[in-house]
Ligand binder design. Structure first.
Ligand code: FE2
Length: 238
């Protein structure tokens, strides 16, 4: 699969603006950064879309030119893709996938398929520019099937996946007994994936914002390190 056609990343103007104000500060921090810790891996899980949606842009609330947005707590997910030295990674593809407000994935094997929010895109991509920043508009995922609330991420460099991970919601009580996050023993590493979904300043509709910086290496991820990817003979990604 080729990712080098920027036209597939339909970056709507209003989606871009949110990031710009903070980029100057980030650049200064990057310049003085010590070697950073790589963001920990998490399992891909069995529900990476088996058929991608027609629209794969970074706004998961609206599919193509639809007029009815997805239902849920609107959440702005943003951050930077960094390398170990703290420098922004350009031309990284950030993939995000998650359940809709009803706990349904866009996957043929998802639970509760009949409850699916047909207006929710469920998957999106963002190609980073020179600042390494990415941005998605989505909904806060509910907890489902015994898992804590989580959003899946995959990061690709040069068309190869270098990291698969998950983002969790700070304060979610289910984190205490969630298998994948608890598989990370070091509390400092674990904390790298648990972020505050904070109220967006000035929002009259209760929108949330979360900052999630992701530190990646350059080596393609080994699928054997993920038991689910290793077991799945249909696995074709990265
Ligand atoms: Fe999941």
């Amino acid at each position: 699969m080729k990712y080098n056609n920027p036209s597939i990343f339909q970056r709507r103007d209003f989606l871009q603006r949110l990031c710009i104000g903070t980029s100057a500060l980030w650049t200064v921090q990057g310049a003085f950064a010590e070697a950073l810790t790589l963001t920990p891996h998490q399992t891909e899980g069995p529900l990476y879309p088996d058929k991608l949606p027609l629209d794969t842009d970074n706004d998961l609330l609206i599919i193509n030119e639809g007029i009815t947005p997805a239902v849920g707590e609107v959440t702005h997910v943003q951050g930077r893709i960094l390398d170990k030295s703290g420098s922004p990674v350009r031309n990284a593809v950030v993939e995000l996938w998650q359940v809709d407000s009803q706990g349904v994935y866009i996957h043929s094997q998802t639970a509760r398929r009949g409850n699916q929010d047909k207006n929710f895109q469920g998957f999106g991509r963002f190609l980073t520019g020179s600042s390494g920043e990415y941005y998605f508009r989505t909904v806060k995922p509910p907890a489902y099937g015994g898992r804590a609330r989580h959003i899946h991420f995959a990061i690709l460099r040069n068309n190869q996946r270098v990291l698969t991970t998950q983002l969790y919601v700070k304060g979610d009580p289910l984190i205490q007994r969630d298998g994948p996050i608890r598989s990370i023993r070091d509390p400092k590493l674990r904390a790298m994936l648990i972020k505050d979904f904070a109220p967006l300043k000035g929002s009259k509709t209760g929108e949330l914002i979360v900052n999630f910086d992701i530190v990646v290496g350059v080596t393609p991820e080994d699928p054997k390190e993920d038991p689910i990817r290793f077991r799945n003979p249909k696995y074709k990604k990265g």
